[in-house]
Each structure stands twice: as structure tokens, then as C-alpha cells.
Design a protein around this ligand. Structure first.
Ligand code: TA6
Length: 302
């Protein structure tokens, strides 16, 4: 659907509009009294979010982020689905699944009683998606943008057979500097340390960063907090329907190899804290059932 048709059917005067980016991709722009956000319809990819109370965005977007059909965008909140990480058997299938690089359609929009703006999108099933995932299902994402950011990702199994998914909202949070933050809430949790192999460890105290960090914390529905001593704010990440939390920074060498993290050191201004179901926490969605992963972000200055 064109931006013009989307504006007619789903636009909300003074809150929600759609535009066509130079790349040809359609972007939803949300701007209300409580905050603003941008979301690319491809991948239902929320690219940025800044509550009115914050002088600096809370969701980070690389200054080198590229927008192109079929390509993932560096930053924001990529949708990883229906698997997380590498596909279990098909090395030719895209890492983190295909959901973030295929078209989604808008199915609903509205204003919340508190003035926040709601937008719901559905992944468009195609021959391409069925070739990688031959199950009858719907994947919907609802975002509610205001002083907080709420994201609800629902998998509906419309077929006759159970299936198993891995998933994540792979969110990049904006910070002052990776050396001046710590993540709390995962103390005592087991995690798979993916740096230098895959080793099961247990978190001791808050998470600080002094090098590449790539960890999948398992069996935890805990709320996490990013304590940012440079921006003097806390980012709260509360979730439900998710038992894994992925914490990731690429650090210098990997960031330079990636090439789109914002040279020379844009990577220092982000950390990923991802609400997921991965590894030990894969989800079986029974025939006819639904599963929803919900995460809500808030930022409080101190
Ligand atoms: O979630 C952490 C991670 O799996 C890292 O291993 C790294 O690959 C990151 O995701 C980024 O993946 P992407 O496919 O978006 O470049």
C-alpha cells in the first residue's frame, strides 16, 4: 500500500503519518505530546524512539544505517523470528530469521486514552517466507509509542500442527558510553557466553562492559535496568512472555568489521538488551494457539 493510501486509511492527524523513504521503503512517523518514533514497514522495524522527557533518543539508530529492500537496518528494534541466531539446519537461511527483511502490512492504528499512539502490523506471508517456514501462522507486532514504548509480538498458529519458534526484539538502546553503563536485573542468572565458543556461566553482580560481550541469559523473565552514568538516566526494560535476555556489544574489532555501526566509534553509544526466547527457551506454539512476547521500555533521568 502506498504512503498516500496508508495516510488515508490509518493516518492520525497530528500523530501518525506515512512517508516513502528515498530507498522506496515506507516509514511510519509517530509524533505525539509524549514522544516520537519512526518505524519502517519492512520488518515492522522500529528505528527510533525518543520520549518527550528525554533530550537523547532511547532507541539507537546507527548514523550509518542503510535502508534497502530486503536488507536489515542497523539499530532500532529488529524483529528476530521465527528463529534466533543461525538457522538450526539451513546455513543459507538468514541469521535471526527472515521477519526483519520482508514486507509487513498495517492492520490497525489508534490513539490510546493516555495520548500514546498505537500501530499494529502483520507480516505478509509469501512464497519466499513459506520456503523457509511452511507453517500456517500470523505474526503481528503492536507498538504503543508515548512516554514509554510498548511492543507486543504475537505468533498465532492457524495450522493443524504445533510448531517451535525462537524470537527476539533485538533492541539497540542508546547510552552515553559503553564504559559508563551497567545492566542490572540478571544477577545470579545462567547465560550462554557466545564469545570464544559457547560456555554456560552464571552472572555475578551487575553486567559491566570491557570488551565484546554476547550473552544469552536463560530462564529469566526479570526486568532489566541499564544504569547510564554519563547520560544520567536509567532505561527500564520490563517484559512478559520472554525467558531469555540477550546482552550484546560488538566492541571495536567486530564493530569495524560490521561497517555500519557508525564510524569511528558509534558502537560505544549503544548496547543491545534483547527480550527473547532462544536456546533453552524456544517456544512451542500449539495448533490454534497464540504466543505473545511483550516488552515495555521507559527512561528515567537522575
Ligand atoms: O544478538 C546478538 C547477536 O546475535 C550477535 O551475535 C550479533 O550477530 C548481533 O546479533 C547482530 O546480528 P545482525 O545479524 O543484526 O548483524
Amino acid at each position: 500500500m502506498s504512503a498516500a493510501a496508508l495516510n488515508t486509511q490509518f493516518g492520525i492527524e497530528g500523530q501518525l503519518s506515512f512517508r516513502e523513504d528515498a530507498s522506496g521503503l515506507v516509514v511510519a512517523e509517530i509524533n505525539n505530546a509524549q514522544g516520537r518514533a519512526s518505524l519502517c514497514l519492512q520488518g515492522a522495524h522500529l528505528m527510533s524512539w525518543q520520549p518527550a522527557s528525554q533530550a537523547v533518543p532511547v532507541v539507537w539508530l546507527s548514523r550509518d544505517a542503510k535502508m534497502a529492500a530486503g536488507k536489515s537496518i542497523r539499530g532500532g528494534a529488529p524483529v528476530c523470528w521465527p528463529w534466533f541466531g543461525a538457522h538450526a539446519t539451513e546455513s543459507s537461511f538468514p541469521g535471526h530469521g527472515y521477519a526483519r527483511t520482508v514486507p509487513w502490512q498495517v492492520i490497525e492504528s489508534g490513539s490510546e486514552p493516555n495520548g500514546a499512539t498505537r500501530l499494529t502490523l502483520r507480516l505478509v506471508v509469501s512464497d519466499k517466507t513459506r520456503a523457509q517456514w511452511p507453517h500456517d501462522c500470523n505474526l503481528d507486532l503492536t507498538v504503543i509509542v508515548g512516554e514509554t514504548l510498548r511492543m507486543e509480538m504475537t505468533t498465532e498458529n492457524t495450522g493443524a500442527n504445533d510448531f517451535v519458534i525462537g524470537e527476539a526484539l533485538h533492541t539497540y538502546l542508546q547510552i552515553g558510553d559503553i564504559g559508563a553503563v551497567r545492566v542490572t536485573g540478571l544477577e545470579g542468572c545462567e547465560y550462554w557466553d557466545k564469545v570464544g565458543g559457547s560456555n554456560l556461566r552464571r552472572q555475578d553482580g551487575a553486567i559491566g562492559f570491557a570488551g565484546e560481550t554476547d550473552r544469552v541469559y536463560i530462564n529469566s523473565g526479570a526486568e532489566c535496568v541499564i544504569e547510564d552514568d554519563k547520560l544520567k538516566r536509567r532505561i527500564h526494560i520490563a517484559k512478559s512472555g520472554s525467558l531469555s535476555t540477550v546482552v550484546w556489544t560488538p566492541w571495536t574489532e567486530k564493530a569495524n568489521k560490521m561497517g555500519d555501526m557508525g564510524q569511528p566509534d558509534g558502537w560505544r553509544e549503544m548496547v543491545c538488551v534483547e527480550s527473547a526466547n532462544a536456546l533453552d527457551n524456544l517456544v512451542t506454539v500449539a495448533a490454534g494457539a497464540r504466543h505473545t512476547l511483550i516488552v515495555e521500555y521507559g527512561a528515567v533521568s537522575f
